[in-house]
Design a protein around this ligand. Sequence first.
Ligand SMILES: Cc1cn([C@H]2C[C@H](O)[C@@H](COP(=O)(O)OP(=O)(O)O[C@H]3O[C@@H](C)C(=O)[C@@H](O)[C@H]3O)O2)c(=O)[nH]c1=O
Length: 184
Amino acid sequence: MELRQTSIPGCCELLPDRFRDDRGSFVKTFHHGLFTELGLNTDWREEYYSVSHPRVLRGLHFQLPPHDHEKLVYCSAGGVLDVVLDLRRDSPSYGRHELFELNAERANLLYLPKGVAHGFYVTDGPATMLYKVATVYAPAHDTGIRWDSAGIPWPDADPVISQRDRSFAPLAEFVSPFTMGGAR
Ligand SMILES: Cc1cn([C@H]2C[C@H](O)[C@@H](COP(=O)(O)OP(=O)(O)O[C@H]3O[C@@H](C)C(=O)[C@@H](O)[C@H]3O)O2)c(=O)[nH]c1=O
């Protein structure tokens, strides 16, 4: 598994080996020893997945302290344009985002540190997105930033999106509790 640093400190893209044979392919997405060596979280508390139709946009989501968490995310079927937005006030990339193409063919994964928002748009649907998260779901702390308020060049001006995602505050109004060293 190869690790590629991104423009967002602590956020990396992981490129696993893909083994192919007559039956199909095989990809390992988590290895405790390797993640430990790379300094990544290994203590995952929940795992879940979603399936989304073409043109669906989910995000930009995160959990507030003290339930903020690292996240490992990948796309096992279809493809998405994935976005990570840095919300850590003292980060060199605060308020900035990076885009990633996650898809079943590339089998790439994203590792997200605490203090970033995450979202995606389905470019090749249906798309299955899988997650591991380092704290359990805390509905009262699960929130987001409005998808169209952070200067992200989404490929669709009118995506399929939930009412909840439409109702999030814009980035400019969000008072961030996140810093690089943790929440304050
Ligand atoms: C995230 C989550 C949702 N739910 C419930 C709440 C709701 O009824 C239903 C769907 O929730 P949502 O609309 O938040 O699902 P979704 O928009 O897919 O949420 C996900 O979005 C992407 C961008 C992420 O980064 C994920 O961490 C997660 O926040 O599932 C849980 O029970 N546990 C969970 O951990």
